[in-house]
Design a protein around this ligand. Structure first.
Ligand SMILES: Cc1cc2nc3c(=O)[nH]c(=O)nc-3n(C[C@H](O)[C@H](O)[C@H](O)COP(=O)(O)O)c2cc1C
Length: 157
């Protein structure tokens, strides 16, 4: 299907967190709201490592992210990439990544982001962002991530 300016982007936010109503929950709500304001159709789904991700095929962009707990990306998202059909369902999709964590960005880029990216070799990653604790509720930081994502999406159309 060819997308024009009149065809809204369809985005799914796949996330995991052990904390209901925590910083990741609030962050994905803000990302979703900001994206919707730019005209996108947005849904969100909490990952299960053994889930069936066939529904992902209905979306143009897959936004994936989770917190770090004890040096590892939250287990249901990482597990889904390793154990489920998620990876095969991502074929041909534009992917945006995010992490929430307390470590400095350099450490997160070296230690945490590769845990996702090693499972996404060959994928079309159009945006990535490490959100520090004070950034998960910062409208300017969230808007910048959404703008980058939108711009990269449009360029790739
Ligand atoms: C039990 C626990 C372990 C954590 N371990 C790490 C860690 O190893 N590295 C890190 O950068 N941040 C770590 N954090 C910080 C979280 O990644 C960060 O606070 C995140 O935003 C929490 O997301 P949530 O509110 O959705 O649970 C940890 C937090 C908790 C509660």
């Amino acid at each position: 299907m060819t997308h024009t300016a009149a065809t809204p982007m369809r985005a799914i936010i796949l996330f995991d967190s052990k904390t209901s109503g925590g910083s990741t929950d609030r962050l994905i709500d803000s990302i979703g709201q900001k994206l919707a304001e730019t005209g996108a159709y947005v849904e969100k789904a909490k990952c299960k490592s053994t889930g069936d991700y066939s529904f992902v095929k209905e979306f143009d962009v897959v936004i994936m992210g989770a917190p770090i707990y004890y040096l590892v990306v939250s287990s249901e998202l990482l597990g889904a990439l390793i154990q489920s059909n998620l990876k095969s369902c991502l074929s041909g999709k534009k992917i945006a990544l995010f992490l929430t964590c307390g470590s400095p960005e350099l450490m997160a880029n070296l230690l945490y982001l590769p845990q996702l990216k090693l499972n996404l070799i060959g994928s079309n990653i159009i945006a990535e962002k490490i959100f520090a604790p004070d950034q998960t509720s910062d409208p300017a930081v969230i808007a910048k991530y959404v703008d980058e994502l939108n711009e990269a999406y449009r360029k790739g159309q």
